[in-house]
Design a protein around this ligand. Structure first.
Ligand SMILES: *[C@@H]1O[C@H](CO)[C@@H](O)[C@H](O)[C@H]1NC(C)=O
Ligand SMILES: *[C@@H]1O[C@H](CO)[C@@H](O)[C@H](O)[C@H]1NC(C)=O
Length: 361
């Protein structure tokens, strides 16, 4: 009847198939991963100096991809992760680029002018009020010079690593200055981070009284700030262009610190203008944040400067801060991240309420 042959054949298939298909699957997974890697490299224009480096970066990419896939499958958080331009960096490398943010002893600033405010709108989006310029990008320079980082804010090093935190303080401060300028004059003008990077040397070298953003505000208070158009962002080491430095388009009268560790105070300020904040952006989930309300986990080792440009409540009731980042529009929600607001820790999520400040018109 041939049925015995068939049976043996079937049994053989049953015996062999699991192994064979598993082997095929594993190979396929690796191949798919390599395809993803190639696609990712093409998308982000990534080129490596050697095959060795490419392979090393592939292993990191793979580990990140697997961890992100697991995160997505678990589906336990109200936010999503994605393989973005940081996909070939370990979290350690990503984090180590930030650790030059130093706490500085600040002399007390003027009083907090919003302290007696009793009512604020339930939601705010300064983009809709025309007070926020398009997302900017700290760009590429020195992306792989991680090992050259030193734990202080020497300018040459900042210039080399500005793809990450190097210039974040400038972008954070500029976003807040652009905001208050639009609110007080009705004109939205994109302003120059490069001028701060090139010319605000004293503040940084002298220890940035009150932190980098406050140092930037101090610079703008004494020099004004020119436009992005006339002093564009280069993302490389630059000598201060004294002619453009003298060509200020915007002035501020000063700056104030939001009382530390109070999300209520931060809310009062953010209801009235975009606010510069320092956060701990070193977590894996932050590195690969893609969308939704970010709930952490994250620490409070402040290492990144961003701007709160609004706040609101998600459909599921989670309150959030609307935060403008400077890693390009491809990161997060078109360059923004919504971070959970009114958390139990007084520092706020990722320390967002620890070191907030804003310029005054
Ligand atoms: C807030 O109110 C208190 C008490 O009336 C007052 O002393 C303080 O100056 C006010 N602060 C501001 C910034 O207006
Ligand atoms: C920065 O670090 C370098 C190397 O550790 C050191 O030589 C230099 O003095 C430091 N600069 C400051 C301002 O601390």
């Amino acid at each position: 009847m041939g049925s015995l042959k068939q049976l043996i054949f079937l049994a053989l298939i049953l015996l062999l198939c699991p192994q064979r298909s598993q082997a095929r699957t594993l190979g396929a997974v690796d191949q798919t991963m390599r395809q993803r890697y190639e696609q990712w490299m093409a998308r982000y224009g990534r080129v490596y100096g050697s095959d060795l480096e490419k392979e090393k970066r592939f292993q990191i990419f793979k580990e990140n991809a697997i961890r992100i896939d697991d995160f997505s499958q678990a589906n336990e958080k109200p936010f999503k992760l994605a393989l973005n331009k940081f996909a070939d960096l370990t979290n350690e490398e990503f984090k180590s680029t930030y650790n030059r943010y130093k706490e500085h002893i600040c002399s007390p600033q003027e009083s907090f002018k919003y302290e007696n405010i009793t009512t604020v709108p339930s939601t705010m989006d300064w983009r809709k009020k025309g007070a926020v310029t398009p997302i900017k990008n700290q760009q590429q320079c020195g992306e792989y010079k991680v090992s050259e980082l030193l734990p202080n804010c020497s300018r040459t090093l900042i210039d080399r690593v500005q793809n990450f935190a190097g210039c974040c303080w400038a972008f954070s401060a500029v976003a807040a200055v652009e905001g208050i300028h639009q609110i007080s004059t009705g004109k939205l003008v994109s302003l120059s981070e490069q001028e701060l990077v090139d010319c605000d040397i004293h503040g940084v070298d002298q220890g940035c009284q009150g932190g980098w953003m406050d140092s930037a505000f101090q610079f703008v208070k004494s020099h004004g700030l020119t436009t992005e158009a006339s002093y564009p962002y280069k993302g490389v080491d630059g000598k201060c262009n004294i002619k453009e430095e003298a060509n200020a388009a915007v002035h501020i009268t000063g700056y104030q610190d939001v009382p530390a560790n109070s999300e209520t105070s931060l809310l009062k300020a953010a209801a009235n203008q975009p606010v510069s904040v320092a956060i701990d952006a070193g977590d894996f989930n932050f590195q690969f944040y893609s969308s939704g309300v970010f709930t952490g986990p994250c620490g409070t080792e402040l290492d990144h400067g961003v701007a709160v440009v609004g706040y609101g409540t998600d459909t599921d009731g989670t309150k959030y801060w609307l935060v403008k980042n400077s890693w390009g529009a491809e990161w997060g929600e078109q360059g923004y991240i919504r971070m959970q607001r009114d958390v139990s820790a007084k520092e706020g999520l990722c320390g967002i309420a620890m070191k907030a400040s804003y310029p005054t018109a």
